[in-house]
Design a protein around this ligand. Structure first.
Ligand SMILES: [Zn+2]
Ligand SMILES: [Zn+2]
Ligand SMILES: [Zn+2]
Length: 288
């Protein structure tokens, strides 16, 4: 049999470990001829290894400072959100990162919780289930009652990262007004006016583990407030008054570390702070 005119070049590339197809492309020759020469030299076939989803992810990422991972691949045209195509399917690089870390598929939307937009570090992304679990840890105990549009808080109640309670159903409907069914709930009775300060307070004070009460009601400049019969007071002041049976003196401050806690036993006014300081001084011999 005639020796192939490019025999030596083909043999060299075969020994370098290239596939028949790749050698055919590089040397502009028929890959079947390359295969014949491979057999003649007694070299094993190269199995074309297909890039895995994770490998493609890794090839499109770059480690950034602070443990963040930047996506260098494709992005959604309008949102700028990282997207990844693999075998004709579209993937969220954040969801791929999530599965790498947890070994399970994400539930719901996956996003970075590290503060860096579109970061895809496996350790920095969370799915809906993880976010809910993290919040449940911060705020044990389900929300109760209904929002003012009648949505069950046990189902739709959520907490913002700063501890504010909100109705996820109402938030969703505000985003998609055509699905808004809030006006279609005439069977839900509007809340009757509270009959006392205590009732006005209890409606929005959510008990959580440890005896704390997280405020889910109105806030003024971030401070929980309660209104009753045309008068508005801070929830902390009211809570301390209800707890001690006397009017608080000076500023009312929170002694626990639960954000937005308005539990009476967690609050102090000036005389109570002074007593605490005296006690502290008596024990440690210094003025606090
Ligand atoms: Zn990050
Ligand atoms: Zn609602
Ligand atoms: Zn507290």
């Amino acid at each position: 049999m005639r020796t192939h005119p490019k025999h030596d070049a083909i043999a060299r590339l075969l020994r370098e470990g290239l596939s028949n197809g790749e050698i055919g492309r590089r040397l502009h020759t028929d890959r079947h001829a390359v295969a014949r020469i491979r057999r003649g030299l007694g070299l094993p076939n190269i199995v074309q290894r297909v890039q895995t989803l994770d490998e493609k992810w890794a090839a499109n990422t770059r480690a950034a400072d602070g443990g963040h991972v930047e996506w260098t691949g494709e992005r959604g045209s309008s949102s700028g959100t990282p997207v990844m195509r693999y075998r004709e399917q579209s993937y969220s690089p954040a969801a791929v990162a999530f599965r790498m870390r947890t070994g399970r598929d994400a539930q719901g939307y996956v996003k970075a919780e590290c503060g860096v937009k579109h970061c895809v570090a496996p350790a920095h992304v969370q799915d809906e289930a993880e976010r809910l679990a993290a919040r449940a840890e911060l705020h044990p105990g389900p929300l109760t009652g209904r929002c003012r549009y009648g949505h069950e808080r046990a189902e739709h109640g959520r907490f913002e990262p700063d501890g504010t309670a909100y109705c996820a159903r109402c938030k969703y409907l505000a985003k998609f007004p055509d699905k808004d069914d809030r006006a279609l709930l005439p069977e839900v009775q509007p809340l009757k006016p509270a009959r006392s300060w205590e009732e006005a307070f209890r409606r929005y004070a959510q008990p959580v583990d440890g005896g704390h009460l997280v405020w889910g009601g109105t806030r003024a400049n971030g401070t929980p407030v309660v209104s009753w019969r045309g008068t508005t007071v801070t929830a902390a002041r009211l809570a301390l008054r209800l707890h001690t049976g006397r009017e608080p003196e000076g500023r009312v401050t929170r002694a626990c570390d639960v954000p937005l806690c308005v539990a009476g036993p967690c609050l102090q006014d000036r005389p109570m702070r002074e007593r605490t300081n005296e006690l502290f001084a008596a024990i440690f011999g210094v003025a606090a």
